[in-house]
Design a protein around this ligand. Structure first.
Ligand code: NAP
Length: 292
């Protein structure tokens, strides 16, 4: 017989919510699920999950409720309705959808009003990476909520990191990391077009990037140290060098007649920094034009 601590409800069964529920089932939890479109619960029910008749039923079923729907507005639509409200009091709610720091603060304020112990989470992984020892999820907000849900959260991610009581921490880290990732992905997609324009294999480019990723990470880490120090002199890669590199992407895009939006954007920012007089400084000096 499983004790109360091993009961978890998962609301939202999209790609991520389903992965969360499935991983908890595999780890031996009694999992109650609910999704707006009930058919998404069918495969999980076949694997042993209990389908709640409503979001309120899912909240009532377990002391810890994980919610992973598209947006914080959707979370509020699901949990903020009159039917779900009475069941919420005293529950630990862990928000695992993506949002902004303001979203997290608004959710915490709402949780206080309805008597919920609230933890904000940010998943730094894809659904197929859930449950791995090297998977990271950031958490912030109520420390007691983290304590109450910790064993389940550690089943989802070997690195379930509690960052502190300031509820906006997890979403701030999420957006900081995602900004870097999306910049890299867009750069890679343009790199894929460069390869296609020269009839080279895009898969080779992806594999090469994976190999040199630690060196790229080192450059980003150095920028992270340079920016707060304000010391941009003695450049290893100057703004001017990066501006010229970006202009090369623009030139190649025009020569090969491929989309030039990404190189134009990149060259635009580096050239803006050159025009502001930072050309000889370290590339990280671009942050000074972003500050406006
Ligand atoms: P998804 O597959 O598109 O699923 C979206 C989920 O949100 C579905 O359960 C959907 O219900 C529900 N939903 C949307 N609007 C709703 C509303 N107004 N009321 C009730 N339910 C609503 O998305 P996902 O990949 O699971 O992502 C869910 C969250 O996890 C997002 O915030 C995403 O940013 C975050 N996340 C995802 C990943 C990833 O790699 N997938 C990684 C990190 C974080 P229906 O089935 O009824 O439409």
């Amino acid at each position: 017989m499983q004790n109360a601590q091993q009961q978890v409800s998962v609301i939202g069964l999209g790609a991520m919510g389903s992965a969360l529920a499935r991983t908890l089932l595999s780890a031996g939890y009694r999992v109650t699920v609910w999704n707006r479109s009930s058919e998404k619960a069918e495969p999980l029910v076949a694997e042993g999950a209990v389908l709640a008749p409503s979001a309120a039923g899912a909240v009532a079923a377990s002391p810890v409720v994980l919610i992973c729907v598209a947006t914080y507005e959707a979370t509020r639509a699901v949990l903020g309705n009159a039917e779900a409200q009475p069941a919420l009091k005293g529950r630990t709610i862990v928000e695992l959808g993506s949002g902004t720091p303001d979203d997290a603060r608004a959710s915490e304020a709402w949780a206080r009003e309805v008597g919920v112990d609230y933890l904000d989470g940010a998943i730094m992984a894809t659904p197929s990476q859930i449950g791995r020892r090297d998977t990271t999820i950031f958490f912030s907000g109520s420390e007691t909520a983290f304590g109450a849900s910790r064993s389940a959260l550690e089943a989802l991610a070997g690195r379930a990191v509690y960052m502190g009581p300031q509820v906006s921490l997890a979403s701030t880290w999420d957006l900081g990391v995602l900004s870097c990732l999306f910049g890299a992905l867009l750069g890679f997609f343009h790199g894929a077009r460069i390869f296609e324009s020269e009839s080279l294999k895009v898969s080779d480019l992806g594999a090469a990037i994976a190999e040199i990723a630690p060196a790229i990470g080192e450059m980003i880490k150095e920028s992270g140290d340079v920016i707060p120090s304000g010391l941009y002199e003695n450049a290893q890669s100057s703004v001017k060098t990066c501006a010229l590199g970006s202009e090369l992407f623009v030139k190649q895009a025009r020569e090969a007649k491929i989309n030039d939006e990404f190189p134009t954007f990149s060259a635009g920012l580096f050239n803006k920094a050159v025009n502001a007089g930072f050309g000889a400084q370290e590339a990280a000096a671009v942050v000074k034009v972003l500050r406006g």
